[in-house]
Design a protein around this ligand. Structure first.
Ligand code: ADP
Length: 242
């Protein structure tokens, strides 16, 4: 694991996000136009039909994406309050356990002392839900998902990645670790980019973008360690609120 420390930290600003979305949608519309033209050009009705079907499926994903974008960035950070992370995770995990497949074990592991942060509860739930569902997707044969929370300093190996942002005195480290398929470096580098997905039609590629965005808003950091065949660990550092 040690040698394969990776870090994916991309995406500076919401502005950059917006332009990626715009770009992606423009590409999809090019596809729509292309299939419409092909359908118009062919004499073969069956062929035309199949072009129209492809066109419709692109239209569906455009509208799905727009829906997500409209909800994106706005809802976050609406009702920040002092929350105990342990309570939020415990409550959420009852719900998560019920929705995970049977071959997935969810393990919670907390430090005893208060783990309070100043955040919107829904945002924290969104982060955990996204990470846990991704972990499940990474374990088609089943496995273990471990959610940990404790007070922890940002490890030296990550410090060079924290950039110019001023560091808080103390952080809570929230981690979600799985024993799944892991990622190669090429994948790791792209995971926070909007619309990047390896799940084809089933993925939106917006889950980790959302997570990244929320973590930035909380003045936190996110790091990922992953290795093909060995699993993945996401670590999120959020300033401790006393
Ligand atoms: P989506 O889940 O819709 O694909 P995400 O932004 O949540 O979108 O994730 C982007 C990609 O990152 C996934 O398609 C997958 O390739 C990779 N990924 C995320 N979490 C994990 C994980 N725990 N294990 C392996 N790969 C992961």
């Amino acid at each position: 694991y040690e040698e394969q420390i990776i870090i994916s930290h991309k995406m500076e600003s919401v502005r950059r996000l917006t332009s990626s979305y715009a770009h992606e949608i423009k590409n999809m519309l090019t596809g729509v136009k292309g299939f419409a033209q092909l359908a118009l050009q062919t004499e073969n009705t069956e062929q035309a039909k199949s072009y129209m079907e492809k066109l419709l499926s692109i239209v569906d994903s455009v509208s799905m994406n727009i829906k997500e974008i409209l909800g994106f960035g706005r809802e976050f950070g609406k009702n920040p309050e002092i929350i105990e992370l342990k309570d939020v995770i415990k409550n959420l995990s009852t719900f998560l356990k019920a929705s995970l497949r049977e071959n997935i074990d969810l393990i919670l592991d907390f430090e005893g002392r208060p783990l309070t942060v100043f955040a919107d509860k829904t945002d924290i739930e969104k982060i955990i839900t996204n990470l846990v569902l991704n972990a499940q997707d990474a374990m088609p044969e089943g496995g273990e998902i471990r959610i940990q929370a404790k007070v922890k300093q940002i490890p030296d190996k990550f410090i060079s990645l924290t950039g110019e942002k001023e560091l808080a005195k103390e952080y809570i480290c929230l981690s979600v670790e799985d024993t799944g398929v892991g990622m190669d470096e090429q994948t790791r580098e792209k995971i926070f980019e909007p619309f990047f997905t390896t799940k084809g039609e089933k993925g939106s590629g917006l889950g980790l973008t959302t997570v990244y965005h929320i973590v930035q808003m909380l003045n936190g950091f996110i790091f990922v360690e992953s290795e093909p065949g060995r699993g993945t660990k996401f670590e999120i550092y959020i300033p401790l609120k006393q």
